[in-house]
Design a protein around this ligand. Structure first.
Ligand code: ZN
Length: 111
């Protein structure tokens, strides 16, 4: 008889798979179409099993071309008027996201 996996076990396996998929999508040796697909799969897994991965946050993927954005690689990041400005260097699309002091929690920067 097959043993049913508990919810936690499912989530643990899902998060492991998500990590592998993200690693795959960040590896530039693989063709772009597979990397995009891996990223989409990782996103679906994280939605289904309610697993968070910081790499899957909204700003990590170009909204236009779907390419994974790698800081220091194919994206330029600027701060302007309390907004994060991500410019995708593949398609030139500009993604803007607001940031505020509220989201940073109790930590204070040393500036
Ligand atoms: Zn793009």
């Amino acid at each position: 008889m097959k043993r049913q996996l508990s919810k936690n076990e499912k989530r643990r396996i899902a998060s492991k798979n998500i990590k592998e998929l993200i690693d795959f999508s960040l590896n530039k040796e693989y063709p772009l179409q597979y990397r995009k697909r891996a990223l989409a799969l990782a996103k679906r897994l994280s939605l289904k099993f309610n697993v968070r991965a910081k790499e899957l946050d909204y700003y990590f993927i170009c909204k236009k071309c779907g390419e994974p954005l790698i800081p220091g690689g194919n994206v330029s990041i600027r701060l302007n008027k309390k907004r994060l400005i991500f410019k995708c260097l593949n398609c030139g699309n500009i993604n803007r996201f607001p940031y505020s002091k509220r989201n940073s929690g109790k930590k204070k920067s040393k500036e």
